[in-house]
Design a protein around this ligand. Sequence first.
Ligand code: SF4
Length: 547
Amino acid sequence: MRAATASVAGPRVEGFAMRRTASCLARAMHGAAQRAGGVSPPFRPVAPRRAFAAASADDTSSASAWRPAPLEPVTSAYVHLPFCRRRCYYCDFAISVVGDGVESDAVRRGMEAYVDRVCREIRDTPLAPSTAAAAGKDWPLRTVFFGGGTPSLVPPDLLRRVVDALRARFGLAPDAEVSMEMDPGTFDRAKLDGYLRSGVTRVSLGAQSFDADVLKLAGRAHTVQESRAACAAVAEALRDAQAREDERVDAASSDSAASKKRRKFSWSLDLISGLPGLTRDAWRASLAEAVAFSPDHVSVYDLQIEEGTPFGKWYEPGVGPMPREEDSAAMFRDASRALGAAGFEHYEVSSYARAGARCRHNQVYWNSGRQGWYAFGMAATSHVDAAAERVARPRKMRDWESWVDAIPPLGATWKTDLENASLKTGDVAAARASALMERLMLGLRTRDGLDLDALAAEFGRSVPDEILAVLAEQPEGLAVVATRDVERDAADETFSFSSLKNQDDERDERTSRLAGAVVRLTDPEGLMVSTEVISTLIARMPSLEAL
Ligand code: SF4
């Protein structure tokens, strides 16, 4: 498992941040909003929301009548496999430490019991309301993500049980993306092939650093040599798997569409910047080594010090041996530059992908206004109903076990406090503000940005105006308003914020210029301060006042 992302309160969006509940993120972002300012580049002081009262007046009625749009049928699932050999010094995830006796019978029995319960949870989980309502068509899972913990401590046969349980309950598309987090030093080629035979198509390898001292200071359980061996093994195994798959599809003579669906095998190499003792030179060397292994995807997380961890006791952000704030910023720019030059698209704050290799599962999290996901296992958080709270499973093993044991068998009435908690009348304003905040928070993390038409349709016409008004007062170069449907900056038609100032008498003209436009943060300067941009929006937008 990984460290925290560069610019958002929740760590690791790839499978992780979303394991924290939306309300947790909301609280964190709201707290950040109170602390906005003092970042690099400096943000303007937070002004009162009253400045935009006129702009939002026409939305009062729509705000009170707001209801969340239903989700699309749910076709994604997250499974938490919480076992780790030991706890890294920066980690506050929900894990179960098994020590070095991973191969022992006792550890095997513990994992079996956990997997059995996960399978029971899968079996007894009802379909998401949107999926159940879309009768007459199958909605098999299209993405699955095994996160942890260190999922690669779990033997392949146990992983297969979970895949089989998912397939039996929801179906699994023939070309589904099935991701799995793996750590160096926990698998060999035979074990890796076992995972691929069990259905895994995408490996997310937590190398974190190619500097031996940095790994040691972080308390990682693997060495640089193990990282190098793991990168080589994963690259080779995935290449071989793709060749076999291509051969199979090319040879498929049957008319069955399913047999012609081509699975895509790929891998991600994950690094952490901002670790104690990490110098710019060592960071650049790690980036260069990562590129040399030719992964399809690179994730770069900037360490956040969490309370209650050893790092939380030992270190202060920005104070040695932690990198200074300006060094952390420089490392963010280094990653953007090095990976961009190597042909990776910086499609999310922490995520870089070669063409066609974005993580499909994580994109579901970033599109949570329209898409949901099932979740299974200790501490996992599901989102299956736009009109209900997310469900965060207990973070302690015993509590989670009791939680699963209390799920009624499928067919019985499914009424937990949370899963069916509908919006109460008095909560509409807060629910609307919370949904809007999440849209801003997730949209601004991504290359795809915020779709202004979609926001206006969902939250009211004043919302794009509010966003543009706040961003227009911020330093130049952090955000752009651009035409939608573009993959590269070179193809963008961008508008300056000053030309879009909120003048009522020019509203019609502005509205027509903005048709089909998106707002997104620039790479790297805007993405680097995404938390501060979002915090400022939260502090200043009238539509978010109910938070
Ligand atoms: S390997 Fe385990 S202890 Fe280390 S960061 Fe990942 S989840 Fe945490």
